[in-house]
Design a protein around this ligand. Structure first.
Ligand code: AMP
Length: 395
């Protein structure tokens, strides 16, 4: 895997795909600079080598050129984070961009305007990619969040740098973390899959059965598995058309020697509301009119022992409706178990959508080994797909 460390950037212009798709408030101020901070190590290495950085990113989903989606709004935040002046050019290709890139001196940084002001970006247009490519000497991809898209700046542009392309530190770290779980992790390997629906996680579950020793299935998915095995799930979320599939997953797991752990009890509520009446119920006997919205105490005890004996842990998806305080306990407790296991030496990766939000909200970010920066890209990696942005560097 080619990374930044394989290159000396002295007097080189690095054309870097970063993910600066950051949230802005109504005054166009950056409200969360995590993605900019995450790119810093890559930019620092290139500047310390004596190179310069040309940064490409998208912001939002503009329709053509729209001022509200201009990357000019984030320039001062990028300057704050990096501690150096950042030049900005109001297009990402064409004469102005080329002039600005040409004039860039070692140690300087240039931010190009929003790539998605050109439809050719998302279309993966080769001519557009070529126009981007003339700006730099080496192509660096450090944007995991868009690595699952075959866009011009994430994938196609790499073809113009056959021997001069590499992963930035952030993307390399994402790839290594996924490999640790899917290929090289110390056993026992555990995946915790939660969230709302079986249908959105099928491919992940099927792919992961070949990689793990234990699989905890929680959240709303629980009830499809429970009903398929003859349980009464009351009004809990349940996909009747996926019950066959649930049984087949259980069978496959047995054949593959994977231990599946489902909740044995749940915190049930008489309404989908934080003000509902609640009761702990056996997961196989949920009363009509009630729905399971969080993992119960016995389940959490079981999950704790599995998490604490695991050496490699992947967590995707909450164990309950964590957005409501009354049903957040299972997700918080799971975070505590994973934090404890990590402290004892396990490697833990949290990735994909809502579990990342939960980990941040409940303060576990620094207590797990790695929190992925890409939602869709992470999910596709867990499904076993090779992401086009990654393949383009490896080829
Ligand atoms: P996902 O995006 O598939 O990871 O699903 C995340 C969503 O699943 C969150 O919004 C949770 O509120 C929801 N969820 C978790 N457990 C349950 C449950 N028992 N019933 C309904 N929704 C749930």
């Amino acid at each position: 895997m080619k990374t930044l460390n394989d290159f000396d950037f002295k007097d080189k212009k690095a054309l870097i795909r970063v993910d600066f798709n950051v949230p802005l408030n109504e005054k166009f101020e950056v409200t969360d600079a995590t993605r900019i901070v995450s790119a810093k190590p890559t930019l620092v290495k290139i500047m310390e080598d004596g190179g310069s950085c040309i940064l490409m990113s998208h912001l939002g989903r503009p329709k053509g050129v729209q001022d509200e989606f201009s990357l000019k709004h984030i320039v001062s935040k990028v300057e704050d984070v990096l501690g150096v002046e950042v030049k900005f050019v109001s297009d990402c290709v064409g004469p102005n961009a080329e002039e600005a890139a040409k004039n860039l001196k070692p140690g300087e940084i240039l931010l190009l305007e929003n790539l998605r002001f050109h439809n050719e970006e998302e279309a993966g247009d080769t001519d557009f990619a070529k126009k981007l490519s003339v700006l730099g000497d080496v192509y660096v991809n450090d944007a995991f969040g868009t690595a699952h898209r075959a866009h011009a700046s994430t994938t196609i542009v790499a073809d113009f740098f056959p021997k001069k392309k590499c992963f930035g530190y952030l993307l390399a770290q994402e790839i290594e973390s996924i490999e640790k779980v899917m290929q090289t992790g110390e056993k026992p390997v555990l995946a915790v899959l939660g969230g709302a629906k079986v249908s959105s996680k099928i491919t992940i579950i099927e792919n992961i059965l070949d990689k793990v020793d234990h699989l905890i299935i929680g959240g709303g998915m629980t009830f499809t598995f429970v009903k398929a095995q003859g349980g009464s799930v009351g009004d809990s979320i349940c996909e009747d058309d996926k019950m066959e599939l649930a049984l087949s997953i259980l069978k496959q797991a047995k054949q593959k020697n994977v231990q599946i752990h489902l909740p044995v009890d749940v915190v049930a509520a008489d309404a989908f509301s934080n003000d509902a009446n609640t009761k702990v119920m056996d997961v196989y006997h949920i009363t009509e009119g009630w729905q399971g919205l969080d993992a119960g105490p016995k389940s959490l005890e079981n999950f704790k022992s599995v998490v604490l004996q695991s050496k490699t842990i992947l967590w995707n998806g909450p164990l309950g409706v964590f957005e409501m305080e009354r049903f957040a306990n299972g997700t918080i407790e799971l975070g505590n178990f994973i934090a404890e296991s990590t402290k004892n030496g396990a490697f833990s990766l949290v990735g994909g959508g809502d579990s990342v939000a939960a980990v941040k909200e409940f303060g576990f970010e620094d207590k797990v080994s790695y929190v992925s920066t890409g939602g869709g890209a992470m999910l596709e990696s867990l499904e076993g797909k090779t992401l086009p942005g990654i393949a383009a560097i490896l080829n």
